[in-house]
Design a protein around this ligand. Sequence first.
Ligand SMILES: CC(C)(COP(=O)(O)OP(=O)(O)OC[C@H]1O[C@@H](n2cnc3c(N)ncnc32)[C@H](O)[C@@H]1OP(=O)(O)O)[C@@H](O)C(=O)NCCC(=O)NCCS
Length: 193
Amino acid sequence: MPEFLPLPDGGAIRKLWVGERDAYRDHLLRLDQESRYRRFSGAVSAEFIARHAASAFEPGAVLHGFFVDGTLRGVAELRRLGPIFAREGEAAFSVEQPWQSQGVGSVLLERTLLSARNRGIKTLHMHCLAENRRMQQLARKFEADLHFDFGSVVGEVDPPRYTALSLMREAVVDAHGVAAAMLEAQSRLLRVA
Ligand SMILES: CC(C)(COP(=O)(O)OP(=O)(O)OC[C@H]1O[C@@H](n2cnc3c(N)ncnc32)[C@H](O)[C@@H]1OP(=O)(O)O)[C@@H](O)C(=O)NCCC(=O)NCCS
């Protein structure tokens, strides 16, 4: 698995909080038509997106967000399939068009794989359309951790078990994400004042 890939200048990734449902909805609504279609493997309405965002923060779900100047521009959703102790999960990704092809999806997938591993998820499903070359290319970067099955990507999280080091890595990136968010909020307040 690549280690701590770089992000575009001014961007930061951190976990989303449950109170950020509206920010998630607004991000999904800003996706261009093609990206929205690819994200949901079909055409979906604004109402569908609002319902999806409202229910995404279910217990056990982990959402990583990519922020630029305090605005959410990309999200990786990880949720468990089945009961809380189930070892299968599902991941889905969205990056707004101006920030695509700059490595954001790669960092989101890297963080998602780490979170999956630390939660004991062994098999990760990522449904994507057969013609979604970019998502398949992205998954291919993590070939050591994922394998492919026709249009959808089915990933074996490898190594499957968490270790003290993998738990610490997640704690470190979380702490860094929170600190960056606080600094960003402070500097926005100063810019307004
Ligand atoms: C798929 C998606 C999440 C990828 O995020 P991203 O930030 O664009 O991805 P990255 O910049 O990390 O690129 C990942 C790989 O895709 C490939 N790639 C990038 N741009 C590409 C393009 N225009 N065409 C084909 N492949 C491309 C590259 O191989 C890249 O790897 P590299 O950095 O080694 O060259 C994003 O494009 C997106 O949100 N698309 C719409 C929604 C979607 O398709 N979601 C997936 C289904 S859940």
